[in-house]
Design a protein around this ligand. Structure first.
Ligand SMILES: NC(=O)c1ccc[n+]([C@@H]2O[C@H](COP(=O)([O-])OP(=O)(O)OC[C@H]3O[C@@H](n4cnc5c(N)ncnc54)[C@H](O)[C@@H]3O)[C@@H](O)[C@H]2O)c1
Length: 439
């Protein structure tokens, strides 16, 4: 393929050299003449292991060159990768002036180009940027229509500086956000021969994925450092603790607990977090990340309450009382807060949980329920069907298998609020309306 690469920084240089190595004809464009001259001389403008050799090879074979002329580069290629910087403004917001500038230049070049061209944004930009801000610039500057005269895609870059070439050839995954299938096909062709899971998604999803990655990486670093600091205050080697932590690939380093859903609760997480954060205070350790967890969880419970209030009926049914499916443990269940708040605000609440019912419970749990939550016991329905018959808003609050066919039982006018993702793909086949807490 003939490819132009706009912006010859870390991302642009690595992409240019690797694509040329793969046999594509690549022209790199930058506003900085020194970078253009260095590439012309077969040298890398950035320090990156192995890059000098790849650039020298690309230039020697004639598959890689660089220019200051965006218009010519767009005219002689089929696809442009935008790799310019997206720094922070002083207030933390995203500075889009380079991406906007380059989109305008590409648009102006497209105005006088007859052939179809695909514009691919590789720079990291927030969800909505490509479709709401860059697409209008491209269309206005070119006088042409996306999907007809040119294609559009968002293809986030996941490379890490210092291992960028290795990352290019074995990425964790390739994510292609596509305006339409034709654009996505062209971008997919760039990665022929690279063995990695490939996801073709909407443009905003691709934009978001990159921020999620970076936020999570930052979270991991901060988590390890806060835990290490707590360990040090106890004369424990935090490296050894985290080594053991990382051995657990079932619950710790795994997809477990990484599915958006309802708040955490139960007899361990809230209690143990409280004890740990109290201890950090006692030892004068600043651990803002650990300290923020319970607060963030409370905000999430508030989101659930807000959704029920927005549903605009006072008749509410809650399916699930224990903090997760298949247990009768209601200690610190976030559903209890939800129910108590709604009752306090004048809602008529019914509750069903197959495992939590005074007639079926025995021992400590029965005692706890009758002693601590007698007001909730009186709200309990005997069957799901009884509950559904009485309410307008149905809240699925834990992932019990018994609730799976509830969406199909809804009648016209009922609202389903899904706090756990029991409905995988909402397809409007249900009678009632549907809303998920974080999807
Ligand atoms: N550096 C990384 O490891 C990395 C990894 C993944 C994603 N990203 C993202 O990729 C994007 C690029 O990052 P980078 O580190 O390569 O940036 P960089 O600052 O190193 O390079 C950007 C280049 O774009 C050039 N440029 C600016 N305006 C231009 C224009 N109108 N025409 C042509 N060139 C122009 C600049 O001169 C500069 O050489 C950013 O959005 C960044 O967040 C970076």
């Amino acid at each position: 393929m003939r490819i132009s690469i706009l912006g010859l920084g870390y991302v642009g240089c690595v992409s240019a050299a690797c694509l040329a190595h793969e046999g594509h004809a690549v022209v790199g464009v930058d506003v900085n003449p020194t970078k253009v001259d260095l590439i012309g001389a077969g040298r890398s403008p950035i320090v990156e292991p192995g890059l000098d050799e790849l650039i020298a090879e690309g230039v020697a074979t004639g598959r890689l060159r660089a220019t200051l002329d965006t218009k010519a580069a767009v005219h002689e290629t089929e696809l442009s990768l935008i790799c310019v910087g997206t720094p922070s403004n002083a207030n933390g917001s995203l500075n889009l002036k380079y991406v906007e500038g380059v989109c305008r230049e590409i648009g102006e070049a497209l105005a006088s180009k007859d052939a179809y061209h695909v514009v691919v944004i590789r720079s990291t930009v927030l969800p909505g940027t490509v479709l709401n801000q860059m697409l209008p610039i491209l269309e206005a500057a070119s006088g042409k229509k996306v999907g007809e005269h040119f294609g559009l895609s968002m293809n986030p870059e996941f490379l890490r500086e210092s291992s960028a070439i290795a990352d290019y050839y074995s990425p964790s995954h390739i994510v292609i956000g596509e305006y339409d299938e034709r654009s996505g096909d062209m971008v997919e062709a760039l990665y022929k021969g690279i063995d990695a899971p490939l996801e073709r998604v909407s443009i905003p999803t691709a934009e978001m994925v990159k921020y999620v990655d970076n936020a999570f990486h930052a979270l991991k670093v901060v988590f390890a450092n806060e835990i290490g600091s707590v360990c040090k205050a106890h004369e424990i080697d935090g490296r050894r603790v985290m080594e053991i932590f990382c051995q657990d690939t079932r619950l710790n380093l795994s997809p477990a607990y990484l599915r958006p859903g309802y708040a955490f609760g139960g007899s361990c997480l809230p209690k143990d977090l409280r004890a740990l954060t109290y201890r950090t205070k006692e030892r004068d350790i600043d651990a803002p990340m650990l300290n923020s967890l319970l607060l963030s969880n409370q905000y999430h419970i508030q989101r659930g309450i807000h959704m029920v209030e927005q549903a605009a009926s006072k008749e509410v049914g809650i399916l699930g009382l224990s903090f997760k499916a298949n247990t009768d443990d209601v200690r610190e269940s976030p559903m209890v807060v939800l129910i108590e708040t709604l009752v306090g605000r004048g809602f008529h609440v019914r509750v069903y949980d197959e495992h939590v019912h005074p007639d079926r419970l025995i021992g400590a749990n029965r005692e706890f329920l009758l002693r601590e939550l007698p007001h909730i016991v009186s709200l309990m329905s005997d069957t799901i069907d009884h509950l559904l018959a009485d309410v307008d808003t149905v809240v699925i609050a834990n992932g019990s298998a018994a609730f799976r066919d509830v969406p199909g039982k809804l009648r016209q006018g009922q609202t389903l609020i899904d706090l756990v993702g029991i409905v995988k793909h909402h397809d409007d086949t249900y009678q009632g309306s549907y809303d998920g807490i974080c999807w």
